[in-house]
Design a protein around this ligand. Structure first.
Ligand code: ZN
Ligand code: ZN
Length: 227
């Protein structure tokens, strides 16, 4: 799941990624690329992924990855998503009430005591919960990957916030990924989603064909959850 191509910042073409997935004997491949509001290639991308899927036994899907803009849960997504199978909502910035903030600036503000870290965590949780509520079938991408950029970690997320977010995901039919590249979220966070019945996807978040199907962190997390 979650493999980038030359459509955005991946090194491999869609065809090269498919070949790597076949070599790794994967059952499924989800091709995901970064978009913004002004992205115009989404229909061509979805069509190319569909065509690739016709030539293989593998279950090939398309996804678009967009950042969460603000606490209303709005996404930086083009109007025409071209029929992509999934939308991935990502915390690439800090989604605040008035828009996406630069993580480095928020980290500085926290360090200076100008910003309350608990309020920032609450904004991220609320933004993500509203994103899943606004759009069915969303994938929550590398949840909490932004926290280390703020000098925080997942222990800053209250259990009740996790459970509220997991409940919102369950109600809207969202999935959550465990992300090999960002090594998040933690087993503790995923347990809340698993308990709420939210499907967990194993994503390499590959940016080059060599890492497709190579799981380490993800498998450790799944083993911990299974135990
Ligand atoms: Zn991302
Ligand atoms: Zn990604």
């Amino acid at each position: 799941m979650h493999v980038h191509s030359t459509y955005s910042d991946g090194a491999g073409t869609l065809a090269e990624n498919l070949r790597a997935a076949e070599d790794a004997e994967l059952a499924a491949l989800t091709c995901v690329d970064h978009v913004r509001r002004d992205t115009d290639w989404a229909p061509a991308f979805a069509e190319e992924v569909r065509a690739l899927g016709e030539g293989t036994e593998m279950d090939v899907r398309s996804g678009l990855e967009a950042k969460i803009i603000d606490t209303s849960g709005e996404l930086d997504l083009p109007a025409d998503t071209g029929g992509a199978d999934r939308i991935y909502a990502a915390d690439h910035r800090v989604p605040l009430d008035d828009g996406p903030a630069d993580p480095a600036a928020v980290r500085l503000a926290i360090g200076r005591g100008e910003t309350d870290p608990a309020a920032v965590v609450e904004s991220i949780v609320t933004a993500t919960a509203n994103a899943v509520a606004r759009r069915p079938n969303l994938v929550i991408a590398h949840l909490f990957s932004v926290l280390p950029k703020l000098g925080l970690d997942e222990t800053a997320v209250p259990q009740e916030s996790l459970e509220r977010l997991a409940q919102a995901a369950a109600e809207s039919g969202a999935s959550i990924e465990v992300d090999e590249r960002w090594r998040c979220p933690s087993p503790r966070a995923l347990r809340a989603f698993h308990t709420a019945g939210v499907p967990i996807l194993l994503s390499t978040d590959s940016h080059s064909p060599e890492t497709i199907g190579r799981y380490d962190y993800c498998l450790g997390v799944i083993e911990e959850l299974a135990a």
